[in-house]
Design a protein around this ligand. Structure first.
Ligand code: HEC
Ligand code: HEC
Length: 350
């Protein structure tokens, strides 16, 4: 009893006289228990490239989706990734050149974000090799979100009510930084899987194509049009870089060559996916064509000869010689790449 009494006095003195010395209350560590998500490839797709140091978790994906949609990443809190990458347009925008947060216009067309889990490089010129690396770029880019610095963005996020908790749940860190932002966005981007177009269902023998679509497929998949070497199934891209004969030298945009500094790479661009191509106009790295008919006209003409034109553009100078009906068939076939399940999937919405 006396001992207790003494302790009480000591405690009392301690509290009253030395209030600025923090009393140590044992804090239960908040459990960090993320729910791991297994990435399942759709039928006909190879396994995806999920980095070992950024496994997908429900908490990471949710955080990534929130960040993707949140203008807090931009300089004036007015623009988010989603403004240039909208679901209804297969996560691109309908403009020739997107307008950045500060009103600056870039020189390239925004890209659709589809099946990025299988990608090998990002951007028209391939200048980033992982989604984690890519996501760091738009936040401070003057033609995109244009934030002054990452430390400023991180400070803003830390001063919100919800983000510190969400970062803890996703990564088990209190002192989170730009790499965690990028990891979360990359996790969300990997969920943007499109594999339920009419053409996918046709491959799986679940639906038929019309006669016109079948004729178009024949042009696309054979020597006649020879589209399939570069725009190959299932991604409708070979993830490689080619010069498809849009321009003569000197190129206004050197594309891959701008990144590698090799003149042999000048005029080469990443083959874009043709998934949801009906929704992603305008077309090409500079959005020069507004319709698929114009694109087909370009290939039908054979393209423009230059030192880096791709050998697969073997019709250069001659053209494909497609009839009016064949051009329509080719366009109709490309329309079967539209995946309405993908563009309406509520899971991608904030
Ligand atoms: C102002 C419009 C704009 C904003 C905002 C924007 N992007 Fe982009 N995005 C583009 C453009 C334009 C390109 C193509 C740039 C290039 O190749 O030079 C692109 C390319 C990409 C790519 C490459 C896709 C591929 O297949 O290679 C990814 C991934 C991407 N953006 C994700 C994001 C993320 C994540 C954010 C937000 C942090 C974001 N973007 C914000 C316009 C924008
Ligand atoms: C040598 C490889 C190659 C071949 C063959 C090829 N393409 Fe392409 N395609 C590309 C590249 C590379 C681009 C992007 C070029 C650029 O923007 O500079 C592209 C762009 C496109 C686009 C615009 C995509 C977008 O999102 O802007 C369409 C549509 C297209 N091709 C359809 C076809 C069709 C149809 C055929 C067959 C007649 C075909 N391609 C043959 C490589 C090829």
């Amino acid at each position: 009893m006396r001992f207790l009494f003494n302790s009480f006095i000591i405690c009392f003195l301690f509290i009253s006289c030395e209030r600025d010395i923090p009393i140590e209350i044992p804090i239960e560590p908040i459990p960090y228990n993320p729910t791991f998500v297994e990435f399942l490839s759709p039928i006909g797709f190879p396994p995806a490239n999920i980095p070992i140091d950024n496994p997908m978790t429900e908490e990471g994906i949710l955080l990534g989706k929130k960040l993707f949609n949140d203008p807090i990443l931009s300089v004036n809190n007015q623009q988010a990734c989603v403004n240039c990458h909208m679901q209804e347009f297969s996560f691109t925008d309908p403009l020739q050149f997107s307008v950045g947060t500060s009103g600056t216009i870039g020189k390239r067309n925004s890209m659709a974000l589809v099946n990025l889990a299988w990608g090998t490089s990002n951007f028209w010129d391939g200048s980033t090799s992982s989604l984690e690396e890519q996501a760091l770029d738009p936040v401070t880019s003057p033609i995109e979100l244009h934030s002054i610095s990452w430390s400023q963005v991180i400070n803003e996020l830390k001063n919100t009510e919800d983000y510190p908790d969400l970062f803890y749940k996703a990564f088990g860190v209190v002192d989170f930084d730009s790499t965690h932002v990028a990891k979360a966005i990359a996790q969300f981007e990997r969920t943007l899987v499109s594999a339920q177009s009419k053409f996918d269902l046709f491959i799986q023998r679940k639906t038929n194509l019309t006669d016109s679509e079948l004729r178009g497929m024949d042009i696309y998949m054979t020597e006649k049009g020879d589209c399939f070497h570069c725009h190959s199934y299932p991604f409708m891209t070979n993830h490689d870089f080619h010069n498809n004969g849009l321009d003569n030298e000197p190129f206004t945009d050197n594309g891959l060559g701008e990144f590698t500094g090799e003149s042999l790479d000048n005029g080469k661009f990443k083959t874009p996916t043709l998934r949801n191509i009906a929704l992603t106009a305008p077309y090409m790295h500079d959005g020069r064509f507004s319709t698929l008919e114009e694109v087909v006209e370009h290939y039908n003409s054979g393209g423009i000869e230059s030192s880096t034109i791709d050998p697969l553009m073997k019709h250069v100078g001659k053209g494909l010689g497609l009839t009016g009906q064949e051009k329509t068939d080719l366009v109709n076939f490309m329309l079967t790449f539209t995946d309405t399940v993908f563009i309406n999937n509520p899971i991608f919405q904030q």
